[in-house]
Design a protein around this ligand. Sequence first.
Ligand code: RP5
Length: 163
Amino acid sequence: MNENPVIGIIMGSDSDLPIMQKAFEVCKEFNIPFEVKILSAHRTPEEHAEYSRTAEERGLKVIIAAAGGAAHLPGVTAANTTLPVIGVPIKGKSFEGMDSLLSIVQMPSGIPVATVAVDGAKNAALLAVEIMAIADNDLKDKLKEYRVKMAAASMKKNENVKY
Ligand code: RP5
């Protein structure tokens, strides 16, 4: 969607899109240029390797990779770039997403993937924003404001608690 994306959001299949929408929303909320690609470590291994290997020179700073089942996409992405990779385990039809979670989280020493919760697209994007904010004070301020608003919204819920 954007001209010079700094966050790359990739996923193994278009069936992951409904879950990953939450990550798109966060990027838009923080006004961060991002791109979205369907790439599979298994179905399109060449295209995916090319994407990962060229990500840094194309200007990406962080990659969010979502996959379900035998979820090798985040790990193989991390193997092909030194950019930070955030893995989102997608809950598939079997095993409640435990298969994806374990596939993504159990990386071999030396090639890290920062793994969020099953279907945790929103936190993946927030973590990406936090990484971007290390070198961007305006973004850091926006994150602090986001937390203040979240706390206020959470406290407001007390007004409607009936007991
Ligand atoms: C993974 O297989 C994808 O990330 C998706 O979560 C899962 C199922 O893909 P489809 O069969 O729906 O295309 O690679």
